[in-house]
Design a binder for this molecule. Structure first.
Ligand code: PLP
Length: 350
């Protein structure tokens, strides 16, 4: 019996998520916060983690983490949180909970690859509605399509990945109001955009807000959270693997949420650097920079494939989105030093 005969055709058709080797590279491919924690804080964290009982199962719902997150992230009264092993876990949980034969997921495209990946895994139809040429959101076209497809699930990344574009609030509201299904607003980059629908959860029974600590500086611990009405959380909680957030992640999250200002200060530095890098990139001949409210830029260059390889040879790793996105690279905002190295390398690589 070969796997090809047994495994579902839609799985056979997928390719596993690829992560290139990054050892020794200036790593600007994955929207990570480039700043390490201060040494004193690292020692304190090590001390906190040393007290964790690794022989015990975690508290299944991460109660203390949820309570602290609710306070630190201003969860509105009456709303609840569900924790995930990264927000990737929560995206899968939501999709699994809703998917039935004949159900439909809709999202503007290009967007986060995991939406469509989960649709394929769970047997949902995925309808990807194209953004405009400049990657702005065509709300009119989206609403027309929603009317005919009547999707059970709508995903909107706010701001969007891989474009960095933040859609107008009014356009997102139109989608939420018109949707017959659940709208998942994916706010993975909210610290860089300064915009959120969190405070509007009470107004829209069909809205949930998805967040992650990854882009804020804790990608390694894998912690995402979903905010919404208790009725949604109750159902999604049944799909969650019983111990999806491990004891070390819970302890590290508790420690860092008590010291959130460290990460917020780093995010503020990234926002400042974003402006500097954006202007410098836009000044390079032949480079188009799309407006970003996230911690990365989507750029169009004359020959993306060649430029990507040339950057790599010079020790700079970015994300190559070509050919899916014609001649586009996605570049994470790094430290001032990393950004300088990138710009120098890019001038030669174009
Ligand atoms: C990075 C990203 C995620 C996944 O974040 P994790 O919490 O690390 O799994 C989800 N949505 C969008 C739009 C992202 O860019």
């Amino acid at each position: 019996m070969s796997p090809e005969k047994l495994v579902r055709p839609e799985i056979l058709a997928l390719t596993a998520y690829q992560v290139p080797e990054a050892q020794g590279m200036v790593k600007l491919d994955a929207m990570e916060n480039p700043y390490p924690l201060p040494p004193a804080l690292r020692r304190e964290l090590a001390e906190a983690l040393s007290r964790v009982d690794l022989n015990r199962y975690p508290e299944p719902t991460g109660r203390r983490v949820r309570e602290l997150l609710a306070r630190r992230m201003n969860l509105p009264a009456g709303m609840e949180l569900l924790l995930g092993n990264g927000s990737d876990d929560l995206l899968q949980i939501i999709t699994l909970a809703v998917a039935r034969p004949g159900t439909t997921m809709m999202y503007p495209a290009p967007s986060f690859v995991m939406y469509g990946m989960n649709a394929a895994l769970c047997g949902m139809k995925a309808v990807a509605v194209p953004l405009r040429e400049d990657f702005s959101f065509d709300a009119g076209a989206f609403l027309v399509r929603m009317k005919s497809e009547r999707p059970e699930l709508v995903f909107i990344a706010y701001p969007n990945n891989p474009t960095g574009v933040l859609y107008p609030e009014e356009d997102v509201l139109r989608v939420i109001r018109a949707a017959e299904g659940l709208v998942v607003l994916d706010e993975a980059y909210h610290v860089f955009a300064g915009r959120t629908f969190m405070q509007r959860l009470g107004e829209h029974p069909n809205l949930v807000v998805l967040r992650t600590l990854s882009k804020l500086g804790l990608a390694g611990i894998r912690l995402g959270y979903l905010a919404g009405r208790p009725q949604w959380i109750e159902q999604f909680n049944k799909v969650r693997q019983a111990y999806n957030v491990n004891v070390l992640t819970q302890a590290a999250a508790l420690f860092m949420l008590e010291r959130l200002e460290v990460l917020e200060e780093q995010a503020a530095r990234i926002r400042t650097e974003r402006a500097v890098l954006g202007a410098a990139l836009a000044g390079l001949p032949g480079v188009t920079v799309f407006p970003s409210q996230a911690n990365f830029f989507l750029v169009r260059v004359p020959r993306a494939e060649r430029t990507y390889e040339a950057l790599r040879r010079q020790g700079v790793l970015v994300r190559n989105l070509h050919p899916g996105l014609r001649d586009c690279l996605r570049i994470t905002v790094g430290t001032p030093d990393e950004n300088r190295i990138l710009l120098t390398a890019l001038q030669e690589a174009l």
